[in-house]
Design a protein around this ligand. Structure first.
Ligand SMILES: [Zn+2]
Length: 646
């Protein structure tokens, strides 16, 4: 038991350094070793201490969320969008004295409340309606940015925002190209409010703490001291925290946040201004909804309400039918919006969107904003019918999960989208080949396959409106130029299911389309960015006779993707190198560039064809795998020496 306590203490300290301070003091391997020892002891004794880090693994899915009444009501914040509104807030506050103010980021995720009793974490809940929330303990346990054990012994409720870092979201989407998450806020909310804690863990959310909601011995004297308490107890807080004395100082801090928020790794939608001193807070009290002593300053609206008038269905290059809503025109972040999208049919029903319903739309990274959901109080309207036939070609529709697909391989918009993707910048980069031009070539000139593009001549464009001599010759030479592109771009262009740009780069390491077509399922799943679904899609692609015939036609037409030449005689000539861990003298992309300049090839995962592994600080599983395969491993020193930098 003593050893278990000791292990918990060490492991929790290391996890705190890693997840809260971002400053680990030991390599992952060391952590794993003690973790395994602890798990073994727990298995032997059948005892799991309340502070044991093994509690943080995703447990079994739960049937439903239990309701939980908060000890102390969780208020939301009153909002200001103009300087005048903020100024009015100051006038109200200063009737009660001259307090100091705190300014913090307002993060855009899901608010959660964590309860501690007698020093132990006991429960996590969502805010819900402020009085009652949902018990999400199993889900929150998979998050690592909070302590399981604290030194405070009374009853404590702390509040934080569950968020998914933008870089984490990006990485997740690279690894799950088949079902990407649209934005960080929905992704975070969906991760915590998911019945399966393993989904929560896979999305890797963290919680940024900012408030003490209840403390049995009474409130702390100020926000500043509250934050210090949270940090001391091992809760992750965001480093930005400004203490201001005047309205001007608060405005300056808000301006700073408005600029900085576009550069930071967490999604934010505003700044929160609070009276610092508890004495004045207590005097000001609450309205029935908000504390009178705090306000959220929201930046330019990126969400707006409007009404759905009609649902159209668009056919994409995979045949997927995507609902596109025509909405009443509405201003959103400086533009007039008339259309908004949803992911798929399932999304439409889940969000209860009907023709005539009021909806909340949000600007996302996409050109067309997305519908977040129906606004409550606008029930009614006409349900959207599930199309049984493709609106473009009339073929039957197949239902796969939440998605609907046109079953016709030759569905016209599908062909146009496939070719548009093939010609796009990150694919074959056929400059000037717009979706409209492709549409014309498909409908008027019978272009259907990629290889048909290489049969086009000047005559093909004769009689098509808007094509003058110069434009035609530019297009033809752009098509000609596309015969020679890097292999990774070709692999991305031909649209194998689930192959994004990252997976295409992994595959291109095999050197040729022929070599890739010979890979086995095991070869494929060993690649860092290829999962089982994608591996099967690749195998299916090469097993298809029409695809093989098309690859042959492309080759016949002179399409010969190339692999970057290796520089003979360079310090890394003939080597296939994997970089792992953190380098102190340069970034990994920079090291990769230098190695490639010196004739080497960089791979992203360790396999039999790798000849050298360069391990920096905190090298993890790749290092272990290299050692297992007997691949030579060197450190940063040797890298620098070979590059002639030492
Ligand atoms: Zn169709």
């Amino acid at each position: 038991m003593e050893r278990m306590q000791e292990l918990c203490e060490i492991l929790n300290r290391w996890a705190y350094e890693y997840y809260v301070l971002d400053d680990p003091s030991v390599p992952d391997r060391e952590y794993d070793k003690l973790y395994d020892e602890l798990r073994e002891l727990e298995r032997e004794t059948g005892v799991v201490l309340p502070e044991s880090p093994t509690r943080r693994v995703g447990g079994e899915p739960i049937k439903g969320f239990a309701r939980h009444t908060h000890i102390s009501r969780l208020y939301s914040l009153d909002k200001a969008v103009t300087e005048d509104e903020l100024s009015a807030f100051f006038t109200r506050v200063e009737k009660h004295g001259s307090p100091t103010y705190t300014v913090e980021y307002k993060f855009d995720g899901l608010t959660v409340c964590l309860t501690y009793e007698d020093g132990n974490f006991v429960r996590a809940t969502t805010r819900g309606n402020g009085v009652e929330g949902e018990d999400v303990t199993a889900q929150v346990l998979t998050v690592k940015s909070f302590p399981l054990k604290i030194s405070y012994r009374g009853t404590l409720e702390v509040r934080g925002e569950a968020v998914i870092r933008l870089s984490v979201l990006e990485k997740y989407n690279r690894e799950h190209p088949e079902e990407p998450l649209k934005n960080a806020r929905n992704a975070a909310a969906g991760a915590i409010r998911n019945l399966d804690p393993k989904v929560t863990a896979a999305r890797n959310p963290e919680i940024l703490f900012y408030d003490i909601n209840y403390m049995s011995e009474g409130p702390v004297p100020s926000q500043e001291e509250g934050m210090a308490f949270l940090r001391r107890e091992g809760f992750k807080t965001y480093p930005y925290f400004k203490l201001c004395g005047t309205f001007d100082e608060v405005m300056a801090a808000i301006d700073e946040i408005e600029i900085e928020r576009k550069r930071i790794d967490v999604l934010t939608d505003g700044a929160v201004v609070k009276v610092n001193e508890e004495r004045i807070r207590g005097e000001m009290g609450y309205t029935d909804k908000f504390p009178r002593w705090a306000i959220a300053f929201k930046f330019e609206a990126e969400e707006a309400e409007t009404t759905v008038r009609r649902i159209l269905w668009q056919v994409g290059r995979t045949g997927k039918l995507t609902p596109l809503a025509e909405v009443d025109p509405v201003e959103l972040a400086g533009a007039t919006v008339r259309r908004a999208t949803l992911n798929n049919f399932g999304d439409l029903t889940r969000k209860r969107v009907k023709v005539g319903s009021g909806v909340l739309i949000r600007r996302s990274n996409e050109v067309i904003p997305e519908i977040l959901g129906a606004v409550s109080g606008t029930e009614g309207g006409e349900p959207v019918e599930k199309p049984a036939f493709c609106p473009a070609c009339g073929s039957p529709v197949a239902e796969v999960g939440a998605n609907l697909f046109c079953t016709n391989e030759k569905c016209p918009p599908r062909i146009v989208q496939k070719l548009t993707h093939y010609c796009s910048k990150n694919a074959m980069d056929v400059e000037g080949m717009s979706e409209q031009t492709i549409g014309l070539l498909c409908s008027k000139r019978g272009v259907e396959r990629f290889s048909d593009l290489y049969r086009l001549t000047e005559e093909s464009f004769a009689g098509l409106e808007g094509f003058k001599e110069k434009k035609i010759s530019n297009l033809l030479s752009a098509i000609e130029k596309s015969k020679h592109v890097p292999l990774e771009r070709f692999l991305y262009a031909i649209g194998i299911g689930g192959i994004g740009r990252v997976a295409a780069r992994d595959l291109a390491e095999f050197g040729s389309v022929e070599a890739i077509s010979a890979l086995t399922f095991e070869d494929l799943v060993a690649l860092e960015n290829v999962g089982e679904i994608t591996a099967n899609a690749i195998l299916g692609y090469f097993a298809d006779e029409e695809n093989r015939a098309e690859l042959a036609r492309l080759k016949e037409a002179g399409v010969t993707p190339f692999v970057k030449e290796r520089k003979a005689g360079g310090a890394f000539f003939g080597e296939t190198v994997v970089l792992t861990g953190t380098l102190s003298s340069m970034s990994r992309p920079e090291a990769q560039r230098l190695i490639e300049e010196a004739g080497g090839l960089c791979a992203s995962s360790v396999s039999g064809k790798v000849t050298l592994v360069i391990a920096g600080e905190k090298a993890g599983s790749k290092l272990d795998k290299a050692q297992k395969l007997g691949i030579p491993v060197v450190g940063e020193e040797e890298l620098l020496r070979r590059l002639g930098r030492k």
